[in-house]
Design a protein around this ligand. Structure first.
Ligand code: MG
Ligand code: ZN
Length: 221
């Protein structure tokens, strides 16, 4: 039974990877930078997107694919900011896969986009295993979750090109060891780019959006 289960998982990931290759080609032809945003529930992904939109609106044409288990609350928040958004309800599935993203991209039907965020389902485990065809993965960790998450969920941090530490305004009130966080990130993934910010107060947002703008420019060279 163990063997059968392993084979099924391999096939599932194999089919996903083929679709991801196709997505990546489509996105490249469209001249898009695509970021797969992953985190636990409540880390502030949607708030970070809202703040990001406020900063880059008018400079960068951005779209969002919102993965959510059941609701469209996050999609509505993005839409209220005037950004084109497509909602994927996974109906209980704890991650997005490349097929869902391909369909959402067609539904988005947006030409001339430069930047596409895919907000994955809130979960630090299996989203890391599914390539969606993105340019890179970004993980958001908030100070309220604890610095131990880096070593508890190393795969998601290993696969991320960017790590955003959110809610730094709460550092004085929570048991978050910033030195341990930085040490552990450097051990797990020395090449990752780390941003420390607060989606609530806006502190550090500019460094993040400036970097993002440069990355978008690189794709459109
Ligand atoms: Mg959200
Ligand atoms: Zn899953």
């Amino acid at each position: 039974m163990g063997t059968k289960q392993i084979r099924l998982e391999t096939n599932l990931l194999g089919a996903n990877n083929m679709m991801a290759v196709k997505n990546r080609r489509i996105f490249k032809e469209a001249g898009l930078l695509v970021i797969n945003l992953m985190s636990s529930p409540g880390s502030g992904k949607t708030t970070l997107l809202e703040k990001t939109i406020e900063q880059i609106q008018g400079y960068i044409n951005m779209g969002v694919i919102e993965g959510d288990l059941y609701t469209d609350q996050d999609a509505l928040r993005i839409e209220n900011k005037g950004v084109k958004v497509v909602q994927i309800n996974t109906e209980g599935t704890c991650h997005l896969d490349a097929g869902m993203v391909e369909k959402a991209w067609r539904d988005l039907g947006e030409e001339n986009l430069q930047l596409l965020f895919i907000e994955n389902v809130g979960n630090l485990v299996c989203p890391a295993e599914f390539d969606l065809g993105e340019d890179f993965k970004a993980v958001i960790l908030s100070t309220t979750e604890g610095n131990d998450k880096v070593l508890k969920y190393p795969l998601v941090f290993q696969k991320a090109r960017v790590v955003v530490l959110n809610k730094i305004d709460l550092l004085p009130y929570v048991d978050f060891d910033l030195d341990a966080f930085e040490r552990d990130i450097a051990a797990v993934n020395p090449d990752t780019v780390v941003f420390k910010l607060s989606g609530r107060t806006g502190e550090g947002i500019e460094e993040w959006t400036q970097w993002l703008t440069k990355e978008v420019g690189r794709v459109n060279l």
